[in-house]
Unconditional design. Structure first.
Length: 388
């Protein structure tokens, strides 16, 4: 019982540490055993990614489309635009700083030596449909449900979302530490783990600074719009930031975010609408982290990372973040689809992304919910009459 209460982050960190420590100790037979598990898990993950898209995006689009209105549209546009801006800021900063951080790191092609440790057997689990087909299907069905008022189909996909969310929560998330342990075990076996970890530490430091800068520009914009002191507004949101830092959950932080937003002078009507909505659709911190981590892996792996490619990735990521399930690591699970379909990430590269992202999970959540307060201030200014 006590083991189950250990948070995801400690389990991921422990898995990385054990993988590095045991990589040069365990015999090849043990390494092959974990290579077999990783092969099976990666096949299952590949099978699940399109289903995650259909199961999460479809009801999310149906719910948002059904509530169409000027207030909703304005909030969604601001939240979507800010999420994209934060991700592009991460790309710009990463393009400037990350190459010098990874230039002395050997190419991750050597990781192929680790995965070349043959599993004892292999099984192919082909996905039911590819990622882009799943995304198009999710948008088509979600919009039709919203505008044609199809309650039966809406209930079907709402229940299917529960199936997907429970699979993520009860199967994928608990097995992630073992999967990541296997990745770092094999990386250590091939001599790559030390170089990769040194890069990860530097990237984490950059991302921490970035999330502070994002909060500053968000509240500077809010301060300009409302003609108030942005630092005072940001300071008032500190309890929400600290709560999110401890819970790693936007949903669990809603009561505190709402309380502090009201303290900043936002009307009850606007605050009651924007805070819960933004907890779902405003993912600036998460998108920033995922973009920075993805760029790092692209640089290490030698994958394409041009600006147009990442603009495509970021715009799709901002949409998919709306469907991120409310469990630890949920955002990165939803993001696996564009990582695979747009950036071409393999299962091992996705595992590195998961490890790097979860190491900073709470900071991204804290950035998300604190920024919700800035959006509420702007929307309140634009719709002042409706807040009374």
């Amino acid at each position: 019982m006590k083991i189950k209460r250990i948070g995801l982050l400690p389990r991921i960190l422990l898995a990385i540490l054990l993988g590095i420590l045991l990589g040069n100790i365990l015999s090849e037979g043990w390494v092959r055993l974990f290579a077999t598990f990783n092969m099976l898990f990666s096949q299952f993950l590949g099978f699940m990614i399109p289903l995650i898209i259909v199961g999460l995006v479809t009801p999310a689009i149906a719910q948002i489309g059904h509530s169409a209105g000027r207030l909703l549209l304005t909030t969604v546009v601001i939240a979507y635009g800010d999420t994209i801006l934060a991700a592009l800021l991460a790309y710009g900063t990463g393009s400037w700083l990350f190459p010098s951080m990874v230039e002395h790191t050997q190419h991750l092609a050597h990781v192929e030596q680790a995965t070349a440790v043959a599993p004892y057997f292999s099984i192919q689990i082909p996905p039911i449909l590819d990622v882009m087909s799943g995304l198009v299907f999710a948008f088509m069905v979600g919009l039709v449900i919203a505008y044609a008022s199809l309650p039966t189909l809406n209930n079907v996909f709402t229940e299917f979302r529960t199936v997907i969310s429970k699979t993520i929560e009860r199967v994928i998330i608990p097995l992630l530490p073992i999967y990541i342990f296997g990745i770092f075990l094999m990386m250590t076996h091939s001599g790559e783990a030390y170089c990769i970890m040194m890069v990860f530490v530097q990237i984490i430091c950059v991302i921490f600074v970035l999330h502070i800068l994002i909060l500053l520009y968000q509240f500077c914009v809010a301060g300009i719009v409302t003609k108030r002191n942005p630092l005072r507004l940001l300071w008032n949101m500190l309890p929400a930031y600290l709560t999110a830092l401890g819970t790693s959950s936007s949903a669990a932080t809603i009561p505190i975010t709402l309380k502090q937003t009201l303290r900043n002078g936002v009307g009850e009507g606007i605050a009651g609408f924007t805070v819960p909505l933004c907890a779902t659709i405003h993912m600036s911190g998460s998108a920033m982290k995922i973009t920075a981590c993805a760029l790092t892996i692209c640089l290490l792996e030698g994958l394409p990372h041009s600006f147009p490619l990442f603009v495509h990735f970021v715009m799709m990521l901002a949409v998919i973040m709306v469907a991120a399930p409310g469990v630890p690591g949920g955002a990165i699970m939803a993001a696996l689809a564009p990582l695979a379909s747009i950036l071409g990430f393999s299962a091992d590269q996705q595992a590195l992304m998961i490890a790097l992202y979860i190491a900073m999970d709470s900071f991204g959540t804290a950035c998300n919910v604190t920024g919700d307060g800035a959006i509420a201030l702007i929307v309140d200014r634009l719709f002042a009459k409706q807040s009374k």
